[in-house]
Structure formats: structure tokens, C-alpha cells
Design a protein around this ligand. Structure first.
Ligand SMILES: C[S@@+](CC[C@H](N)C(=O)[O-])C[C@H]1O[C@@H](n2cnc3c(N)ncnc32)[C@H](O)[C@@H]1O
Length: 216
């Protein structure tokens, strides 16, 4: 099960209603309604229930970039009557200052860590509108960066700023060594009929074991 913890208008999603995704947002004016209205700093979920979480927080603070107010007042009426897609709502108006935004991201990542499974993945989207990525990543102390993707698609970036997708996993709560040993010994046991055959080489777990243990 996947959680989108900052669903907005789901502009980044090609499938707007995938069956295995829960869309959550705190904004009540969104034309494309979330499944759950909630603050992602305190969510109504049990511990460790999601395999993946998408986190696309506001990249800035203060006034919304103007798009949303125009949209709500006029474009909403026109676009919705034509059935065309909603604009991106960035949520910058939710936070008054840089400190407030950073503090919110800090609290959210604690909560995301609580609801993400131990071997789950967090996908963080960040655009360097006002805060460099390196500064934001200092908030994610309990996480390890697995992958960094640079977005070149202008429809997914705010103006010309660099935007990233960062894949994170939990530092200490990840796959445990005993789980891996069990998994590897299962992989290393060939079907009985084949194990007696001299022409069938036995699987050797060692190289993969090394690779996987790097995550510890
Ligand atoms: C950059 S937009 C997300 C855009 C979205 N990914 C899309 O495809 O349209 C950020 C979203 O985070 C939401 N948000 C901001 N703070 C939040 C909070 N504390 N809890 C839940 N949602 C929040 C905003 O309402 C806004 O919809």
C-alpha cells in the first residue's frame, strides 16, 4: 500500500485513482479531493503500514504563487466546466516562514517514519526554489539516501529551479540481518530434484550477501 502524504491535485500522477494509493492532504479547497483530510504531522494510521510514501511538500512559504487564488476564483470555474485538469497547488501559503516550513518537514518525516514499513521507501520531491536540497536533507537524520533523480521536465519543476526526486530508506529500521539470512538460505536451496543433478551448479549466496549487508 502506498501513501501520498501531500496529494494536492494529484498533478504528478498519471493514474488519478490507483487502487493501492491513499491520497492525504490538509487543504480542503482542492478540486480533486483527497481520500483523507489530515495533517501529515499527525496521521490516523497504525505504525508501519505503508510500503512506499510519496512526500512532495511545499518548497516555499508565504503567499501561494498566485496560481491557486486565480484558479479558485475564476479558472476553476472555467477549467472544471471544460473538464480539463486542475493546476498544481503548491501549498506555500500553509507556512509563514522558512523556519516554520523546515520545522513542519521535520515533524512530518518523524511521522512518515512511524507509518512506513521497516523495509519501505520514502520518495521525497524537492525543488530548490528557496532552500537548497542539502539543507533540507539535514532534517532527514534517520534516513539514508538511496537514489537521487534530477527532474528535467518543466511541468514538474517550479520555473527554472533544480528539482529532485530523492529515494530514502530508514537507517536503523531497515531489513534485519536475520531476515536476510533467512531470505538468502531460502534462495540458496534449489528444488530437491535439481540438487542431485551434477550438471546443475549450486547457487552461491556470498556475493549477493555482501551487497545486501552494505545496508546495515
Ligand atoms: C507541492 S504540493 C503537492 C502537489 C501534488 N504532488 C500534485 O501532484 O499536485 C504540496 C501539498 O502539501 C499539502 N500540505 C502542506 N502541508 C501539509 C500538512 N501539514 N499536512 C498535509 N498536507 C500538507 C498542501 O496542501 C499541498 O497540497
Amino acid at each position: 500500500m502506498i501513501l501520498d502524504a501531500t496529494a494536492g491535485n494529484r498533478v504528478i500522477w498519471r493514474l488519478k485513482n490507483p487502487p493501492n494509493v491513499i491520497f492525504l492532504d490538509v487543504e480542503t479547497r482542492l478540486p480533486r479531493k483527497p481520500d483523507i483530510y489530515a495533517d501529515n504531522r499527525l496521521m490516523p494510521f497504525r505504525n508501519e503500514v505503508f510500503d512506499m510514501i510519496i512526500f512532495d511538500p511545499p518548497f516555499s512559504w508565504g503567499e501561494e504563487f498566485g496560481v491557486y487564488n486565480r484558479y479558485v476564483n475564476e479558472k476553476r470555474r472555467i477549467e472544471e466546466s471544460k473538464g480539463t485538469k486542475p493546476f498544481t497547488y503548491y501549498g506555500a501559503d500553509k507556512y509563514k516562514s522558512r523556519g516554520e516550513l523546515i520545522s513542519a518537514i521535520y515533524k512530518t518525516q518523524v511521522e512518515l517514519s512511524r507509518v512506513l514499513k521497516s523495509d519501505g521507501v520514502l520518495m521525497l520531491k524537492w525543488g530548490e526554489v528557496d532552500i537548497p536540497l542539502t539543507n533540507v536533507l539535514t532534517v532527514f537524520q534517520g534516513w539514508m539516501e538511496m537514489m537521487r533523480l534530477y527532474i528535467d521536465d518543466p511541468s514538474q519543476t517550479a520555473g527554472k529551479t533544480q528539482t529532485y526526486w530523492i529515494l530514502l530508506c530508514k537507517k536503523n529500521g531497515g531489513i534485519k540481518q536475520t531476515d536476510l539470512t533467512n531470505m538468502l538460505s531460502a534462495m540458496a536451496s534449489p528444488p530437491t530434484a535439481l540438487s542431485d543433478s551434477p550438471s546443475c551448479p549450486q547457487p552461491h549466496p556470498t556475493p549477493r550477501q555482501h551487497q545486501l549487508f552494505e545496508y546495515q
